[in-house]
Design a protein around this ligand. Structure first.
Ligand SMILES: Cc1cc2c(cc1C)[n+](S(=O)(=O)[O-])c1c(=O)[nH]c(=O)nc-1n2C[C@H](O)[C@H](O)[C@H](O)COP(=O)(O)O
Length: 496
């Protein structure tokens, strides 16, 4: 029997309309009637769970403290006797979900994943449709996301031989922090779409391998939750989407600095989030809204991306850089720079670093790969004696130790890796991310030996052949167009 102070499922279920809307989250009932018009993810998603348990839809995209932060105390109605709540099992009972559960049972052993793409193959088979769509999607025809990977295959090595490579050390520093290997976990939003614990899984793996984690603005976990999950000396950076309301941005940046973040990565390639059609197609439910910052309404029908990003300020410009330098002492890095002219400008403005990046192909379609922009940039900086004035990182399409080595030979300080760690987390949890990072370490050690180097400082452009890198003769296949192309004369007609 429910205790006197507990609400029952029947009582909550009576409040399922826009004029009286209660939901249950983590066993607590909330009156969200007045909040409906303010919900950044739109009203529909909440009304879909009106009078019901909304926990499963709520968790992937809202940090746990969201309701405490945004809902007045008098709307917190108290505990619900969950034994009296009728759970919505329609999705679990669907044939698709049953098939997915079967594929999960048949997953390969973790030890059978030998490279980062193996995790992607498993993720594609076992992840929920919405989660796979959000993580894997990229802009428009997904040409750039494939170019990010393909560009590395247009670079060949010129290895040294007869070098004593018995002792190999690929540790380095990033913004002054010593790391065991020159990659970091880059910012990727909505970690709980792939794993119930979200970004804190990446925090734990980053600690184990002494690499840096970049905390996303749009994380599923609360920022403080991710900082608290780090161990004493573990270094984390903050990735920032700049809010139209600069007071909110200032609060976020100064809080991150107080908590000990060691770098501010301002995302500059997303004045508006790109058009990611896989994400849109997966009918991202407007109500899975997101922990967007206040003051914006969203159009959930555009998939997760649009539903979580209308707070981002498209007016952000170079004029804002001095303002940021005035509100924080953290090193400032511009994430999403895509041409050498802007790297030179970043040096003029005195920022400490840039990430050459096209956002994993999720933003401007036909943006060039970061490795190609790197190969364009570093010779110009060296010619002007500016190569030590700024730390240059790249991300996008890095899947092998050799990709990391090519980037460092061309002058990168380090690289960011996104999707592979999401897929490893979504399939095998912490063990998956741990193995993914170890695989990269093993590949780095072997390939450092094979190119005849023992330390990061020895990696230079003489070790790579980039003659075909700038040759776009064969861009990634335009699969979408070719799949629907209707030739003027069909092959059968041609035979007549
Ligand atoms: C895969 C992924 C990437 C996202 C990402 C979410 C996902 C699922 N999100 S997004 O929702 O807005 O697009 C972010 C983000 O929050 N902020 C950001 O700066 N970059 C974001 N990125 C881009 C990311 O930081 C790297 O630039 C990109 O992932 C590198 O490419 P790979 O995935 O191939 O390693």
């Amino acid at each position: 029997m429910p205790s006197k102070t507990q609400l029952t499922g029947v009582e909550v279920s009576k409040h399922h309309t826009p004029s009286s809307c209660w939901v249950i989250v983590h066993g607590q009932a909330y009156d969200v009637t007045d909040f409906l018009p303010e919900h950044p993810g739109g009203q529909k998603i909440i009304l879909k769970y009106a009078g019901k348990d909304a926990t499963e839809a709520f968790d992937p995209v809202h940090p746990p403290d969201t309701l405490d932060k945004y809902l007045p105390k008098d709307k917190h109605l108290g505990p619900v006797d969950m034994a009296t709540v009728v759970q919505n099992t329609s999705e679990q009972d669907s044939p698709e979900e049953k098939e997915r559960q079967q594929r999960i049972k048949e997953m390969p052993l973790l030890s059978q994943c030998f490279n980062l793409l193996d995790f992607e193959a498993v993720a594609r088979r076992v992840m929920k449709k919405t989660a796979w769509a959000y993580y894997s999607s990229a802009a428009d025809d997904e040409i750039t996301v494939r170019e990010n990977h393909a560009a590395f295959h247009r670079i060949w090595f010129r290895p040294r031989v007869l070098v004593n490579v018995e002792q190999v050390d690929f540790s380095t520093t990033m913004l002054g922090t010593k790391v065991d290997i020159p990659f970091y976990v880059t910012a990727t939003a909505l970690g709980k779409l792939g794993h119930a614990e979200g970004e804190v899984v990446l925090t734990r793996a980053a600690k184990k391998h002494n690499v840096i984690q970049m905390i996303p603005t749009l994380a599923s976990c609360a920022f403080d939750e991710i900082m608290d999950a780090a161990e004493a000396d573990q270094v984390q950076w903050l990735q920032l989407y700049v809010n139209k309301d600069r007071e909110i941005t200032k609060r976020i940046v100064q809080h991150a600095e107080r908590r000990g973040c060691k770098g501010l990565f301002i995302t500059v390639d997303a004045p508006q989030l790109g058009r990611r059609e896989k994400d849109m197609r997966s009918k991202f439910d407007e109500d899975e809204g997101s922990d967007v910052q206040r003051g914006s309404t969203t159009d959930g029908s555009q998939g997760a991306a649009r539903a979580i990003s209308t707070f981002i300020d498209p007016a952000l410009s170079w004029d804002d850089v001095p303002w940021f330098q005035g509100i924080t002492k953290m090193p400032i890095v511009l994430k999403g720079v895509q041409r050498v002219e802007d790297v030179l400008k970043a040096i003029e403005y005195g920022v400490q670093g840039v990430v050459l990046s096209n956002h994993g192909g999720r933003q401007l379609e036909f943006a060039r790969s970061a490795i190609e922009v790197l190969a364009e940039t570093m010779p110009v900086l060296r010619a002007r004696g500016l190569q030590d004035k700024i730390e240059v990182y790249i991300d996008g399409g890095i899947r092998r130790g050799t990709d990391i080595l090519k980037a460092l030979c061309l002058g990168a300080k380090g690289v960011g890796i996104g999707r592979p760690f999401l897929y490893a987390m979504s399939t095998y949890g912490l063990d998956g991310v741990d193995r993914a990072m170890q695989l990269l370490k093993d590949e780095m050690e072997m390939n450092m030996r094979l190119i005849g180097c023992t330390k990061i400082e020895e990696l230079d452009e003489s070790l790579v052949d980039v003659r075909s890198l700038f040759n776009h003769a064969a861009p990634p296949p335009d699969t979408l167009a070719w799949s629907v192309y209707d030739p003027l004369v069909s092959p059968e007609q041609r035979l007549l």
